[in-house]
Design a protein around this ligand. Sequence first.
Ligand SMILES: Nc1nc2c(ncn2[C@@H]2O[C@H](COP(=O)(O)OP(=O)(O)OP(=O)(O)O)[C@@H](O)[C@H]2O)c(=O)[nH]1
Ligand SMILES: [Mg+2]
Ligand SMILES: [Zn+2]
Length: 389
Amino acid sequence: MRRRVCPRCLEPLTAPVWRDATGAPTRPPVERRGRWQRLLDPLRTDPLPVPTARDAAGAAAANVVPTCPRGHRLPPEYLDRPTVVVGLVGLTGASKSTYLTVLIDLLHEGALAPLGISVEMDEDSAARFDDHRYRLVVQRQQLPLTLPLLGEGSSPEPFMLVLRGTGRNGAERAVNLVFFDASGEQLYRSEDMGQYGRFLFAATSLLVVLSPGVFPRLRHLADPGEDSIGLARHTQMVVNLANVLRAARNLPPDAHVDDVATAVVLSKADKLGAVPEFPADTLRDTDLRSAPLASWFSEVRATSSRLVDFLELSGGSNLLTAALHRLPRPTVHAVSATGADARDGGYPRITPVGVLDPLLVLLARAGFLSEEGLDEEEYGTTLRGEWSR
Ligand SMILES: Nc1nc2c(ncn2[C@@H]2O[C@H](COP(=O)(O)OP(=O)(O)OP(=O)(O)O)[C@@H](O)[C@H]2O)c(=O)[nH]1
Ligand SMILES: [Mg+2]
Ligand SMILES: [Zn+2]
């Protein structure tokens, strides 16, 4: 079972603390308790049971809400669902915020509907998200750089979503999907990762965003400031990230991490159209209506290795070696969030391509979608199974 954490302060959650309208801790407003139960209470050593939907309904009526030990309000029924914590990692200007804004917008527009999955967003996240969306998608302006955090041990405010679908047996399944988008400036030094990247300790899914302009042979595509960052710093970022993941689990530096998956996103791929070596057909949208997910996934596996070849050819061998060997279960994806370069602060249009794939893979790795097609062995077994019939 995954460790449950408060999405705001990342404190572990075993049982929520219930609070009244003034914020004072109070009892969960469950059914009336008999004298015997009250007498037995002090003898209890097991943690309080996780509240059910009925408790939550009662609580809402009584103006009592479940919170984490530090008093952060939890979304309704948060603890009833497993949580997928996605951490975005990438240096300044990599396209983390732009990609995430476009991705969440597509989710809202029903991108997962062909899989029978609906998406809701927590009220508080929705208000913050709307600001980003309005600026990028409606006004077609560049997003501002994400501000670095000040307080040590803090984390950026997450975007919290709930995905609901139907499992194989017809039962409803739901998952909390929590995204953390930090400032690239604080994702490079290992001490900063420890101080401002606490979400990385709780992350089960990683989106590592790399801009083409940072690769030596693609330097002519760099946005202002990007070419001065240097590829070695990106490699260092990947190595530090790999160390943080293992440290969070008390594992030695080269240990296998089995509960995390990584999607490496080659962002701004719209710029790569004019690069002759770029395998242009790897930049495409997954049409979930035209083919089953498993066949998209075996294609993802193939495009991923072609993209690795391309990036190695572009001078990224060291970076790719670090990412593929040290980050858990990596796949590489070509993505364009906006479809075009910004000119004078504005995009001519917003036409995203390939944005959904990395998330689909991460959701499969986290167990919310079937992983079929993603791994060679698994595909091989299916084939062998067919042949032996
Ligand atoms: N051509 C193209 N440019 C993009 C795309 N996404 C982002 N950019 C450019 O890259 C700039 C930086 O993008 P951001 O999303 O702010 O980068 P970030 O990774 O969030 O950066 P920090 O918040 O500083 O860590 C944007 O202002 C655009 O100029 C894309 O899909 N295509
Ligand atoms: Mg940003
Ligand atoms: Zn909290």
